[in-house]
Design a protein around this ligand. Structure first.
Ligand code: HXC
Length: 258
């Protein structure tokens, strides 16, 4: 598929999707969000892909939704197109693991897109923020909901009310990102993590993603029940037999996604 606002490379079972609007700090306009969702769905349906990475440039993962595109829209316009609902739903529906590799600005919709991924690896240059309040709007793709679950109410309120940016170190301390690495090593580190995931049984990786994601939707007892049911179902796979046999035989497991 030919894209204009993103670059997709597939190598060694990893789809690397690079947001590519350098003149606009990778602002998320309709075209970019549409292309990104198409590329994610392609990767999800491609047997060669076992893990996905979304990244931006050194300067910006994405500096938010495209302000130029939104500025003249009315309430009725955004209501009728249900602005950003489609992107939220389509990215959330991807079954394969998605890593956000963030350098530079991840602001507004950029921070929200990173949080829509399964985990975030940040360069030491990363800056996260929900500065929508400076534009007379509020977060629209999870900045008031996912961010609060990740970093707690106090810090989320701080970010959403003052519009200040959080650097990579603070983001790691707060639990927003899983690791911080030197900017030059960002893609290497993200690719290394993706490679580790790609080596697992695909069935198990998708199950692990599903159960962790459900923890945000369910009360603990229901989440525990869901986890237990999925855990039990793993015993119906050949990969469970192989994984445990390989451990006992002191060899590497050869998973076959069965
Ligand atoms: C459109 C943007 C943009 C954006 C940057 N640009 N962010 N265009 N939408 N979100 C454009 C600038 O207009 C400029 O274009 C070029 O990118 C370079 O930006 P500068 O401002 O000149 O760079 P710099 O001084 O380094 O500042 C970088 C920055 C700043 C701190 C990231 O650009 C900034 O504050 N951007 C807006 C961040 C923001 O408010 N994001 C939230 C958006 S609302 P020209 O043509 O002038 O060179 C949102 C709603 C979420 O995300 C809803 C769900 C998706």
């Amino acid at each position: 598929m030919a894209f204009e606002t993103i670059i997709v490379e597939i190598e060694d079972h990893i789809a690397l999707i690079k947001l590519n609007r350098p003149d606009a700090m990778n602002a998320l306009n309709t075209q970019l969000l549409g292309e990104l969702c198409d590329a994610l769905e392609d990767a999800d349906g491609n047997d060669k892909v076992r893990c996905i990475i979304i990244t931006g440039s050194d300067k910006a993962f994405a500096a938010g939704a495209d302000i130029k595109e939104m500025s003249a829209m009315s309430y009725v316009d955004v209501f009728n197109i249900n602005l950003f609902a489609d992107a939220n739903d389509r990215v959330s529906a991807i079954r394969k693991p998605i890593i956000a590799a963030v350098a530079g600005y991840a602001l507004g919709g950029g921070c929200e897109l990173a949080m829509l991924c399964d985990f975030i690896i940040a360069a030491d240059t990363a800056k996260f923020g929900q500065p929508e309040i400076n534009l007379g709007v509020i977060a629209g793709l999870g900045g008031s909901q996912r961010l609060t679950r990740f970093v707690g109410k106090s810090k989320s309120m701080d970010m959403n009310l003052t519009g200040r940016f959080m650097d990579a170190e603070e983001a790691e301390r707060a639990g927003l990102v899983s690791r911080v690495v030197p900017a030059k090593k960002l893609i290497e580190e993200a690719t290394g993590a993706a490679q580790k995931i790609a080596e697992k049984s695909q069935i198990t990786a998708i199950a692990a993603k599903e159960v962790v994601n459900r923890s945000y939707e369910l009360p603990l007892s229901e989440g525990m029940l869901f986890e237990r049911r999925v855990f039990h179902s793993m015993f119906a796979t050949e990969d469970q037999k192989e994984g445990m046999a390989a451990f006992l035989e002191k060899r590497a497991a050869q998973f076959r996604d069965k």
